[in-house]
Design a protein around this ligand. Structure first.
Ligand code: SF4
Length: 376
């Protein structure tokens, strides 16, 4: 169930079938990084079986007009988040900067630490960024009326359903994301459609929002977002090639971890927490002026999104979560490109539409704000 304990699971598969049967709609879908290492379990495969290619084929067979990858938008998030971190370090901005792609954790800080809303990154989460880009850049490129585009997100997460309805995210760009379904809901749809998932051939995601790097894949596990951001920040700050991209000191399953990454003459201190009890400890340290970190990654679910509330049930079995996590790292290792700023489709998006990372248009489209909420 959702780690915020604030949401009840609602099934939205009917909305997806309805959109797919409407000839007037252009229905695009995206799948989050953590799904490719877990959904196979719903079809009798071992935990940690990587089914990225089968996922793309299954979605095409279901009739989506375009099959995109949230990993693409995770690379986009890193372009913005690494820029924001560097900007805060160089211009005396608020530190530590906290990652913001987990909506359950964002909701947690809004309710529990409303006086600290200047510390999370202002970056929208990857699937919301993809929704925005689909209804602006992609719509313009293909000459499609954005009002006719329906964006469906397949997520490991129940909290993403509520996130897609946040007023500040829905008021512009034709709703960003229209429908969110979980890994389990998607598995049920595949079964309903009679798709033999296990034996599907592999295919690629569609373009221009389908190319991704290894940095984006590791978003699916605890520590991955901050590791991906550091791969890019390192090269941008030093102007040198980062040859060993694996920041192993940031990996693992301990509830709170920390590491120091040397970038030029700067020692960047990084904290990582998964599970909201662990997050609370780090936040109390920041509030009490005891925090020594420049950047902190927080994920609400134990293990990060691989252990998400919308994933195939693992009933608290950490071995299953670890196998999914290992598969995420294997998928990263198998990628030719492993740094977000090397993704050619991302570079093209900035060149053709967004301008500079963290620039005016990127800010307008890809960043958000948070609101203090009643303590619960
Ligand atoms: Fe959703 Fe991932 Fe956050 Fe869990 S860790 S609430 S799955 S975004």
């Amino acid at each position: 169930v959702c780690p915020t304990a604030a949401l009840t699971e609602v099934n939205h598969t009917d909305k997806v079938w309805k959109a797919l049967s409407d000839p007037d709609k252009h229905v695009v879908v995206q799948v989050a990084p953590a799904i490719r290492v877990a959904i196979g379990e719903l079809f009798g495969m071992e935990p940690g079986t990587i089914v990225t290619g089968q996922l793309a084929t299954a979605l095409k067979n279901m009739g989506f007009d375009a099959v995109f990858d949230t990993d693409f938008a995770a690379d986009l998030t890193i372009m913005e988040e690494a820029s924001e971190l560097i900007h805060r370090i160089e211009h005396g901005g608020t530190l530590p900067m906290l990652t913001s792609c987990c909506p359950a954790w964002v909701k947690f800080i809004e309710h529990q630490f409303p006086e600290m809303l200047d510390i999370p990154s202002t970056c929208k989460s990857p699937h919301i960024m993809l929704g925005v880009v689909a209804k602006t850049y992609y719509a313009k490129k293909l000459g499609i009326d954005p009002n006719k585009i329906v964006v469906v997100s397949v997520m490991p997460c129940i909290a993403k359903k509520a996130e897609a309805e946040r007023p500040e995210l829905t008021k512009d760009y034709h709703n960003n994301v229209d429908i969110v379904i979980t890994t389990r809901e998607f598995g049920a749809m595949l079964k309903e459609a009679g798709i033999d998932f296990k034996n599907l051939p592999e295919s690629d995601f569609d373009h221009p929002l389908g190319k991704s790097t290894g940095a984006s894949v590791i978003f699916g596990t605890t520590g991955g977002v901050i590791e991906a951001a550091l791969r890019t920040a390192y090269e941008w700050l030093t102007g040198e090639e980062l040859t060993d991209v694996e920041f192993k000191q940031l990996r693992g399953m301990e509830g709170v971890r920390e590491g120091t990454v040397k970038i030029k003459d700067l020692d960047i201190k990084v904290g990582i927490a998964h599970g909201l009890g662990n997050a609370r400890r780090l936040l109390e340290d920041i509030r009490d002026g005891k925090s020594k970190y420049h950047a902190i990654e927080i994920m609400a679910c134990p293990g990060g999104c691989v252990g998400g509330g919308g994933q195939p049930y693992h009933h608290g079995n950490e071995e299953i979560v670890k196998k999914r996590q290992q598969a995420i790292y294997n998928e990263d290792r198998n990628k030719t490109l492993r740094k977000s700023h090397e993704n050619p489709e991302i570079l093209k998006l900035y060149e053709e539409y967004l301008g500079k990372p963290y620039g005016k248009k990127a800010h307008e489209l890809l960043h958000t704000h948070y609101e203090a909420k009643e303590r619960i």
